[in-house]
Design a protein around this ligand. Structure first.
Ligand code: IVH
Length: 670
């Protein structure tokens, strides 16, 4: 596989994981696996700078906002934290910081437990809560104010007086173990899928459309920082800031401590590890923060993601030993054959584990994992456990090395290994396993959102011969449904309504739902915004005109072209259109927009627009936003404190405009 293909694959895997985690609250891979993919992509991009792209997940702070809730642009980005897994990594962090700002060694540190919940930003205007939002991408989150207002821990008005005019309080919303267990018990009774961990349950509760559901979950919060947008604070240290937050009425992490040096912090790390095991909420480490606030600006932020003034000291995940009973293979919707382990059930972090992912045959061979082996399994507070390694006992006979079957386990089609590919694929588009997965994906919450249409029901509809593909969903009738087993009038009503409703989903979700290989959610949004309608996309795809679109690399472009060139796919799309499924994107870039074909660069702080707002305006007018200035740049939009990009623009004679001019060009002012 070429480095470009490798990067495309990693990006797709990471995007998929991001979406499963942040938008669907249903993670598909473990944090450890995610970190591994992420680091691999970072290393690849470092080695091949030509592969770097502003759309790469490495350039993003976090998740993508989902579609149902209103977006909220944070005034200051919500950052993430770098990790240290050992005392050495912690010491190296201080050394790196000290080279930049020698005073850090004398500034003292504050430590707090790292709460494993979901980050929120609470905007207070003159001491009153006006907006509460999720983190989302770190730049744009979702407005969940009514839900956050149901959390008793969150003051609606700050206690005391003389608050800065405008602030964003940052904290972590979490669900204590007791509430988590209760919520899952209730879900079990209702036959709803269980939350994998308290973190996902908290995120799910926050993103409800009905605040009463949020209220019933009994979420809690710990506040940990403040961003002052307008006004000032007299605090000099992070510990004082936590005291201030407490005086305003926020719960702050009760196990916080201040230490004079990193050496002292290290001496107490073990205590934190023991403490965490006893807490009544999920925690996954200790956050170490430079205490002296004036140093934060000087220390700065790495890659726009991680501030240097804080680091998360993580603890090793819990490990268990068990027996590998079998290796089975699941067929995904793209035909990918995914091997997984059947384990002798074992308890890890209070959960019974009986399956683990094995990723691909090379990984199994590299780790030399064989059926019958005793294996070490980890689960770090997350859903899918991993096999770390086999525990080889001398003199104990082992089985044969495992071989991936040469045929699809569902339809028997041969699945030869393609040179350079880690995965094998079932090539049969009518393979029952692929069809099932494809329809479930189409109906899933992140795509066409047909509520109530999960595996069991799709399987039943396929078995009954009512559907063979996604277009068939739109011809199912109420009369057909009520005749099926396990359907009452009400469930038939609900499914018919959900299918009808799905016709209104935006084009981006339709494209994503079609399951075109390599087209993840982000690529689907880019394509939908760029072309506006499915017909326009189809024309461009067939004419092979997808190259050159930012964020759409050759692997994706070829895959989309191949999809539209397949006559069966075109028939399917025609049937979806005839059924009345929406084929347009609400926020599409207009091809004849005021800025169509133009490339703009943003620099400095604009007086009223945030970065993401300015980007959306430019893109909706048909333009493109690039990250650096070149001769091809049509204009640079410069705000306050514009830096080297402005100098470069002057040097190259590129036009420089201000926000007012940008607004005029996109038709937002006269
Ligand atoms: S301070 C850098 N303190 O961990 C932004 N974060 O993995 C300031 N978190 O995004 C973060 N407990 O959501 C801080 N005591 C704590 C925390 C904490 C949990 C979360 C936070 C952050 C994420 C990074």
């Amino acid at each position: 596989m070429s480095p470009a293909e490798q990067a495309a694959r990693l990006r797709e895997q990471i995007e998929r994981a991001n979406r499963a985690y942040y938008v669907l609250d249903a993670p598909e891979i473990s944090d450890a696996e995610y970190d591994r993919l992420f680091r691999e992509l970072q290393a690849l991009e470092a080695e091949h700078p030509e592969l770097q792209s502003p759309d790469s997940p490495t350039q993003r702070v976090g998740a993508i906002a989902s579609t149902a809730l209103a977006k909220h642009t944070h005034q200051r980005p919500m950052l993430s934290l770098a990790n240290a897994f050992s005392d050495e990594e912690l010491a190296a962090w201080e050394e790196r910081n000290a080279r930049l700002v020698p005073e850090v060694k004398k500034a003292g540190y504050t430590t707090e437990v790292k709460i494993d919940g979901t980050a929120v930003s609470l905007t207070y205007e003159n001491g009153h809560l006006v907006v509460g939002a999720t983190r989302g991408s770190g730049i744009v989150g979702e407005d969940v104010t009514p839900n956050l207002r149901t959390i008793n821990d969150i003051p609606l008005s700050l206690k005391g007086k003389d608050h800065p005019k405008l602030i964003e309080v940052r904290g972590e919303v979490y669900l204590p173990f007791a509430s988590f267990t209760r919520v899952n018990k209730e879900r079990e009774k209702l036959g709803e899928p269980l939350f994998a961990n308290p973190r996902n349950a908290a995120a799910g509760a926050l993103r409800q459309l009905d605040p009463n559901i949020t209220r019933g979950r009994r979420l809690r919060i710990f506040a940990f920082t403040v961003e002052v947008i307008d006004g000032r604070l007299n605090t000099r240290t992070h510990s004082e800031l936590l005291d201030l937050l407490a005086s305003w009425g926020f719960p702050v992490e009760p196990n916080r401590k201040r230490f004079a040096s990193l050496e002292e912090v290290r001496q107490h790390v073990d205590e934190y590890e023991e403490l965490i095991a006893k807490l009544d909420f999920q925690a996954d480490g200790v956050v170490v923060k430079v205490d002296l606030l004036p140093l934060y600006g000087e220390l700065g932020v790495v890659g726009g993601r991680e501030p240097r003034w804080a680091i998360a000291r993580k603890f090793a995940p819990e490990v268990a030993e068990t027996e590998l009973l079998d290796i089975q293979v699941n067929v995904g919707r793209t035909g990918a054959l995914n091997p997984y382990a059947i384990l002798k059930p074992v308890q890890i972090t209070g959960v019974t584990v009986s399956r683990a992912t094995l990723h691909n045959e090379d990984l199994i061979a590299t780790k030399d994992i064989r059926i019958g082996d005793k294996v070490e399994v980890i689960r770090a507070g997350e859903v899918i456990p991993q096999i770390v390694r086999p525990i080889i006992q001398p003199d104990f006979p082992r089985g044969q090395p495992w071989r991936m079957p040469g045929q699809c386990p569902a339809c028997g089609s041969p699945t030869p290994r393609v040179e350079g590919e880690a995965m094998r694929y079932c090539p049969n588009v009518s393979c029952p396993a692929r069809v099932l997965e494809g329809i479930v994906h189409f109906a899933s919450r992140g795509a066409m959102d047909i509520r109530g249409l999960g595996y069991e029901r799709v399987r039943q509809l396929l078995d009954e011969g009512l559907i063979r593909n996604v277009a068939d969903l739109y011809k199912i009738t109420w009369d057909q449904l009520v005749q099926l087993e396990r359907y009452a009038k009400q469930s038939a009503d609900q499914l018919v309504a959900a299918i009808e409703n799905s016709k209104k989903q935006p084009l981006s979700l339709l494209i994503f739902g079609l399951g075109i290989p390599h087209v993840g959610y982000t690529a689907a949004v880019l394509l939908a915004r760029r072309f506006g309608t499915l017909d326009a996309l189809a024309v461009a795809a067939r004419e092979e005109k997808l190259g050159g679109i930012q964020g759409i690399g050759p692997v994706i472009a070829n895959s989309v072209t191949a999809f539209f060139n397949e006559s069966r796919n075109q028939e399917l799309l025609d049937r979806l259109k005839a059924a009345g499924v929406n084929q347009a994107e609400p926020h599409a870039a207009s091809a004849d927009g005021a800025l169509s074909g133009k490339t703009y660069v943003l620099t400095g702080t604009l007086p009223s627009l945030s970065r993401s707002q300015a980007t959306s305006l430019i893109e909706e007018a048909g333009g493109r936003v690039a990250s650096s200035v070149s001769k091809k740049t049509d204009a640079v939009v410069a705000g306050e404190d514009a830096g080297s990009k402005l100098d470069k623009a002057k040097q190259l004679g590129v036009e420089i405009i201000d926000e007012a001019e940008l607004l005029r060009r996109v038709g937002q002012t006269s």
